[in-house]
Design a protein around this ligand. Structure first.
Ligand code: PEP
Ligand code: CO
Length: 465
């Protein structure tokens, strides 16, 4: 059963915003999907007010810089690597997890830079990816019916009726955890970068039985040589002269969280969501006259839009007209997530329709969300080969349509989890239970992520011939 469309709790100020004008709370007058009602509106109001008064996590000029870089990804001058957890949790805000996630994203980006020879735009699903859409509003645990877990931003994973109620305190806690994560990620990418890319940090053994091992080893050696070279010619350390850019993103799902952090900035026009550099519209909140589209039409940030079954091309085109009426370059990333069996069926006509509309978009491929299945033991997983197949087919359709695939969107972690099957290490379904951590969707682990980066680069190169 899908969530019934309804109004969210009404906050003060929202009722004054009549007419067509936009402001950060105008969405509050629209019907909304995927956001359950908070039991106590007064408590929600005070958390919202508190969040609204706190300093922003990021700046408007970083948002503008990302938009500019994305404009380059649209026509193949750079490539977008967006990746991270399906859902971050408050408990996963730890040193080890953040180091590992930055490390895997950096190493993947080095592989892509090395193989493709163009800049890579790194965008983490991190520092705010705390809210999840769900297919069912409720579940039954040990005979008791309770609300489904919707991510730490909304309720607790603990299977208790009370714990599953939406809790407004979580708005501020999510902000705090995001701030802590971002603070550490910024420090690492400014100063600790040299340690993260040190040769010993590349764990390669898993590739040994793979057909590409030699090629892979040569590539890593050559990356390390290049890094040493840069280190030698910039003796005050690579990081000071070549600070790595790392951007953040999350799904704009809980609009109380988003709108409390949507601000005006001195000397600039428009409103900025200062909780993340980029936010995206999920596959289930695309109602043209609904709250999520209403909110997104008013912000300056780059916006991702998931595109997957069930398809409604006209609805998608109307969303584009609403959120990017001036056809701004670098503003929209269309993230297709069709499932590996559906790409050739849906993508060609979709690409043609977007082309005809004249909307400038960055095409990205999310090969994860259309390829989830459950094993006989009811464990949610994805096959490495299906993920790769979707990437290959997506590249190939773009090639034949004369358009450009400008990025990938992956659920991954730098940890050695066992959540997706396949890859050079040959993880099988029996092995999934050994380190299965996710509360939500299965992620590629460290090794699978590096291998995938390598294979993505190979596919991209085919498109350049
Ligand atoms: C996600 O990216 O975690 C997600 C839920 O994706 P989608 O909206 O495409 O299903
Ligand atoms: Co997911």
């Amino acid at each position: 059963m899908s969530t019934v469309i309804k109004r969210a709790n009404q906050l003060r100020g929202a009722e004054l915003l009549k007419g067509d004008g936009w402001n950060p709370l105008s969405w509050n007058q629209k019907e909304i999907e995927q956001l359950p009602a908070y039991p106590d509106t007064d408590k929600l109001q005070s958390s919202f007010d508190e969040l609204k008064s706190l300093p922003p996590l990021i700046t408007s000029w970083e948002i503008e810089a990302l938009k500019e870089k994305l404009a380059h990804a649209a026509d193949g001058r750079s490539f977008l690597l967006q990746g991270g957890d399906c859902a971050e949790t408050f408990d996963s805000c730890t040193s080890v997890k953040l180091v590992n996630s930055l490390k895997v994203m950096l190493q993947m980006s080095f592989i892509l830079i090395h193989e493709m020879g163009i800049p890579i735009v790194r965008v983490g699903r991190v520092a705010g990816q705390y809210a999840k859409p769900r297919s069912n509003d409720y579940e039954v645990v040990d005979g008791e019916k309770m609300m489904n877990y919707r991510g730490d931003l909304i309720n607790s994973f603990m299977p208790k009726v009370e714990a599953r109620l939406p809790d407004p305190d979580r708005l501020v806690e999510a902000y705090q955890k995001s701030a802590l994560s971002l603070n550490f990620l910024r420090a690492l990418s400014d100063e600790g970068f040299a340690d993260l890319q040190h040769p010993e940090q590349w764990e390669l053994d898993f590739m040994q039985n793979n057909e590409f091992y030699e090629e892979y080893e040569q590539m890593v050696n050559s990356i390390n040589k290049a890094i040493k070279f840069m280190d030698a010619i910039t003796p005050n350390r690579l990081n000071t002269s070549h600070k790595v850019d790392f951007y953040t993103s999350h799904e704009a799902l809980n609009l109380f969280y988003e709108s409390a952090q949507t601000r005006k900035v001195p000397r600039k026009t428009g409103w900025f969501n200062l909780s993340a550099h980029m936010v995206w519209l999920g596959n289930r909140t695309q109602q043209l006259d609904g709250a999520h589209v209403e909110y997104l039409r008013g912000i300056q940030n780059p916006i991702g839009i998931k595109v997957g079954p069930p398809f409604d091309i006209d609805n998608n085109l109307a969303i584009l007209d609403k959120v990017n009426p001036n056809h701004e370059a670098g503003k929209i990333v269309l993230i297709t997530r069709m499932g590996h069996e559906e790409v050739s069926k849906y993508l060609p006509s979709y690409i043609r329709a977007i082309k005809r509309s004249g909307h400038p978009v960055v095409w990205s491929c999310d090969p994860m969300h259309g390829n989830t299945y459950s094993t006989g033991n009811n464990v949610k997983t994805r096959r490495f080969d299906d993920i790769l197949q979707e990437i290959r087919d997506t590249f190939s359709v773009h090639r034949s349509e004369g358009s450009n695939l400008g990025g990938v969107h992956l659920e991954l972690t730098g940890d050695n989890v066992t959540e997706c099957v396949g890859g050079a290490n040959g993880l099988n379904e029996e092995g999934l239970s050994s380190n299965y951590e996710t509360y939500c969707d299965p992620r590629l682990n460290y090794e699978q992520s590096l291998e995938m980066a390598f294979l993505v680069a190979k596919e991209w190169n085919k498109s350049q011939k």
